[in-house]
Ligand binder design. Structure first.
Ligand SMILES: [Zn+2]
Length: 232
């Protein structure tokens, strides 16, 4: 695979062979996570969540869309009939939305900052674009009111969660002001819903742009802590 300069500009940095190989490994990892989750309820890819990659377009640090590739393989091999994407990154999951826009087997839900990148958003099955500097309680209430309804209506065989932590108030690119505590509560809520309803879940990471790297690590580590608390 080769990339011309225009495609590299869309990604945000030049892409030599190494990162392309890395993206392939990450996609393979997310698929393996999905297989594992179907057997053991939960799995996590410490990378992945490259939700800005389209079928034919790389964008914003995302070379291949790992969750979309894994979903297509699961559907192709009839390992799942219905998949729900829960995208909690501050940026809209535009690649996911575009790839599955005409595919009723995959329901794409994106909870993101309305005024954030991208200016021209794709259309997910459900988009909730929240206002800048949203308060914790309001943010959580949206998730609490939305997620169970769609788990109930879609009855997914598997959930892919993009748990980017660029929603944090300390984030440089987020525009939101969600605290680490609320971010943790949102992880707990989603994971509890999966546990309670026996729905396997794959969690991927991605976004996190806080000035202090320790904030990003703490928020990501909280997702792992929540998994340990709920599933083990
Ligand atoms: Zn993001």
């Amino acid at each position: 695979m080769t990339l011309n300069r225009k495609k590299e500009r869309n990604i945000g940095f030049p892409v030599p062979k190494g990162p392309i190989e890395r993206a392939k490994v990450i996609s393979g990892g997310t698929y393996q996570c999905a297989i594992y989750a179907l057997q053991n309820d939960i799995s996590m890819n410490i990378a992945g969540g490259t939700h800005h990659a389209f079928k034919d377009k790389v964008e914003s640090f995302c070379v291949f869309n790992d969750m979309a590739i894994a979903s297509m393989l699961l559907l192709h091999h009839k390992l799942a009939n219905k998949i729900l994407f829960v995208d909690l990154d501050v940026h809209q999951g535009n690649g996911n939305a575009n790839i599955f826009k005409n595919d009723p087997r995959v329901f794409t839900f994106s909870l993101h900052a309305e005024n954030n990148y991208q200016q021209r958003k794709e259309k997910s099955d459900l988009d909730i674009g929240v206002a800048d500097k949203i308060e914790d309680e309001v943010y959580l209430k949206i998730l609490y009111n939305t997620l169970p309804v769609h788990i109930e209506s879609e009855k997914p065989d598997l959930i892919f969660c993009q748990s980017g932590v660029d929603i944090l108030e300390t984030g440089k690119l987020g525009r939101l002001s969600v605290s680490i505590k609320a971010c943790k509560k949102s992880d707990h809520f989603l994971l509890e819903q999966c546990f309670k309803n026996n729905i396997p879940i794959v969690v991927t990471m991605e976004g996190g742009y806080s000035v202090k790297i320790s904030d990003i690590i703490e928020a990501h580590a909280n997702t792992y802590r929540a998994v340990q608390y709920i599933f083990f």
